[in-house]
Design a protein around this ligand. Structure first.
Ligand code: PLP
Ligand code: COI
Length: 354
């Protein structure tokens, strides 16, 4: 495919890697490609990063037809840049697109686009420990009419942001509030899709949690408010009495790529991992009787993040004395080791740029 590249006339200065945070600074270019039912995908281009015009009736502004992905490019010690399991993000994006009636992107084409774009922005991949270049592909419905229907015109874009750690706590344990009022998703809805609307609906509870000093909320299922689902931007795992438990993919939670990777690492290490329903009653009991040994969240932005405190209906439980546990540490070391090329990738997860 042809990707037309227009380089910026005024490249920005690269940021100091100690001040990165998450998603605040953007690179010099962005990828843009348009879609219509008649033409399919057309006009693939890399252009200078910046604001662009949008029709006031565009579908996304009224009916929320939007999906996104999140993945990272990492700088290895030898200076080369690599991505982590990008094919999984491409497949999940197509699954989200199917749910939202947005167009599919051929996997090979999407991979070529990603690699071309990352190569263009490669110099923006920071090298300080724990930093990476976060890639945010997204797609939105762009019909210029107020009628509600499946999307006929769409736009696909990728922007990139050099990032440090997602939480201000870094690898230190975070505090999570179990949400008992709002719900994030229901089976049959869009929970398994990575669509913007899921996040918009999460903000109210997230804000309440933040006001009380918590990093994020842990969602319960939308029907019975009984089963543990996931955290705002992470899947969640627990070690209860030696068993590693993570909520099953029932359709209302995001099938995380970090979750999948953690399960594969743990199984290879000989752990039994149960993907099953985990009720709040079971978790509360484990917190109360001390059999909850570890809890952690996992996601691209957050990597593997220990949970040091959980609160439910005003009651506060400390997990593993607020310290990172052995399994959490092992997962963090293995995944980050593979991602930054410090340990051998025997899983075949790494994707070099050429
Ligand atoms: N769950 C939600 C709601 C998320 O936003 C994310 C982040 O992408 C995850 C889970 C973890 O998914 P992944 O590991 O693919 O980044
Ligand atoms: C990611 O981990 O890539 C995410 O998309 C989380 C995001 C909502 C900040």
């Amino acid at each position: 495919m042809e990707i037309k590249i227009t380089k910026t006339a005024c490249p920005k200065e690269k940021p100091d890697s100690s001040s990165l945070g998450f998603g605040k600074i953007f690179t010099d270019h962005m990828f843009v490609m348009d879609y219509s039912r008649e033409k399919g995908w057309y006009d693939a281009r890399i252009v200078p990063f910046g604001p662009f015009e949008i029709h006031p009736a565009s579908t996304v502004l009224h009916y929320g037809s939007e999906i996104f992905e999140g993945l990272k490019a990492y700088r290895r010690e030898d200076g080369k840049v690599q991505m982590f399991r990008p094919i999984e993000n491409i497949r999940r994006m197509n699954s989200s697109a199917e749910r939202l009636c947005l167009p599919q992107i051929d996997e090979d084409m999407a991979m070529e686009i990603l690699k071309t774009f990352v190569k263009c922005e490669e110099d923006w991949t920071p090298s300080a420990p724990g930093t990476s270049l976060y890639l945010r592909p997204f797609m939105y419905g762009n019909d210029e009419t107020l009628g509600v229907h499946a999307v006929h015109n769409a736009r696909f874009m990728i922007i990139a942001s050099p990032v440090g750690s997602y939480y201000k706590e870094g690898i230190n344990p975070v505090k999570i509030m179990i949400e008992d009022q709002d719900v994030r998703a229901v089976r049959g809805g869009t929970g398994y899709a990575k669509c913007g609307g899921n996040y918009a609906a999460s903000n109210r509870a997230g804000e309440r949690a933040e006001q009380k000093g918590y990093s994020q909320v842990l969602w319960l299922d939308g029907v019975e408010r009984k089963y543990i689902e996931e955290v705002g931007a992470m899947n969640v795992m627990f070690k209860i009495n030696g068993e590693i438990v993570t909520p099953a993919l029932t359709g209302s939670i995001l099938p995380g790529i970090t979750r999948k990777s953690c399960i594969e690492v743990l199984k290879r290490e000989g752990y039994t991992v149960s993907e099953r329903l985990l009720s709040i009653d079971e978790l509360e009991k484990a917190m109360a009787d001390g059999t909850l040994e570890e809890a952690w969240g996992c996601g691209t932005a957050a990597v593997v993040s220990p949970i040091g405190e959980l609160s439910y209906k005003g009651e506060i439980f400390t997990v593993n004395e607020g310290k990172i546990g052995d399994v959490t540490q092992k997962l963090y070391d293995t995944l980050t080791g593979i991602q930054w090329g410090k340990i051998e990738d025997s899983f075949g997860w790494i994707c070099p740029l050429d």
